[in-house]
Design a protein around this ligand. Structure first.
Ligand code: UFG
Length: 335
């Protein structure tokens, strides 16, 4: 039961590796450390008492990838390896297309050549753009993406569907809403490079005194308090969904499967609600100022995750405040 986890030292990847190990899977990580750190591997071992195999290389290096498949008896893959910064993707479209699509295709080529099935893909609610109605279920129409990053997610989904149909493979597309939090041990979590783009890491760094104050990008949205609404899902809950999706694919009787699941809590929270929840959870006050809107931001997105509950027996269990507490523990660990 060896599972390849690409990007397995990254934020969601590392939490998923822990859950896979806790569920009796053996894990083989390929991660080029472009957006992750080697110490995460040791901390995964401290948390689980198990040591995953680790290969530090870029998935575009086909010959090295082939060697990993030669060396291990791979039953499936959870694919996280990708560039993920929305703003940067607009400035470096070729790098994003090359990295995110070629690395995916290279793993799929190995699956095809070696007759392996069971592929889980890390997708995003970004494929829905600003959906017309809330909550968003899996049948909501996909909108023309705003960013190159979002386009790579939509394209990857299409590549995977075509691959599954043509080669009779089983794939699962997991569309995450906004992942937050860290492992309760405080030993793995998100490691933003430079100034964080995402809300929760920025709030956390503000609480730690690394940032002076939070900039809230607009309070003139058509929402109750004027700030945009998102569905913040705890990363450990999210990681558990990957294990459930993988088990379902493995036990699936039919040769071909294309599973699509929204992974969120089903509850929307505004930016100001997140700030208040952080303050309640940690007792630390967050100074903030209201600024102009950020280009490309949507007003509202929260999930209907009923399909995941029905078919995977999975649902989010952790409250916003509990999740934010773990973020704070992690921030104090890395400081
Ligand atoms: N926000 C601020 N100040 C900040 C950072 C964020 O006010 O410093 C606000 C944003 O305007 C937004 C909310 O907090 O209203 C959430 O912003 P994030 O950047 O944390 O998350 P997004 O929903 O914008 O981005 C997420 C994923 C992306 C994905 C995108 C698609 O992180 O990977 O959803 O909508 F592309």
């Amino acid at each position: 039961m060896q599972i390849l986890v690409t990007g397995g030292l990254g934020y969601i990847g590392s939490h998923t590796v822990v859950e896979l190990l806790n569920n009796g899977f053996e894990v083989v990580i390929v991660d080029d450390l472009s957006n992750s750190e080697k110490f995460i591997l040791n901390n995964i071992e401290e948390i689980t008492g198990k040591k995953p195999a680790f290969y530090p290389f870029d998935l575009k290096r086909k010959e090295l990838l082939s060697q990993v498949f030669e060396a291990h008896n791979i039953l499936g893959c959870v694919n996280f390896a990708a560039f993920k910064a929305v703003g940067e993707s607009q400035e470096k479209p070729l790098e994003y297309y090359e990295n995110n699509l070629f690395s995916l295709i290279n793993v799929l080529q190995e699956f095809k050549a070696r007759n392996i099935s069971n592929f889980i893909f890390s997708s995003s609610c970004t494929v829905y753009g600003q959906a017309d109605k809330m909550p968003i279920d899996e049948n909501a129409p996909l909108k023309t993406p705003e960013s190159v990053y979002a386009k790579t997610k939509q394209m990857s989904e299409e590549i995977l569907k075509d691959f599954a149909l043509a080669n009779r493979k089983k794939i699962s597309l997991l569309r995450y809403f906004n992942p937050i939090g860290a492992h309760p041990s405080g030993k793995i979590g998100e490691l933003p490079i430079g100034v964080p783009n995402n809300l929760v890491p920025y709030v956390t760094q503000t609480a730690a005194g690394i940032r002076e104050k939070l900039k809230i990008w607009g309070n003139d949205y058509p929402t109750p308090d004027g700030t945009p609404i998102r569905d913040y899902i705890y990363v450990v809950d999210l990681a558990k969904a990957h294990v459930a999706a993988l088990k379902k694919l493995i036990s699936e009787k039919s040769e071909t499967a294309i599973d699509i699941y929204n992974l969120g809590t089903g509850k929307g929270s505004s930016v100001l609600e997140v700030v208040r929840a952080f303050e309640t959870a940690t007792g630390v006050k967050i100074p903030y100022e209201i600024c102009d809107r950020r280009a490309g931001d949507i007003t509202m997105a929260y999930a209907n995750a009923d399909k995941a509950e029905k078919e995977l027996g999975w649902k989010s269990e952790t409250t916003l405040e509990e999740a934010l507490k773990t973020t704070w523990k992690w921030q104090k660990y890395i400081k």
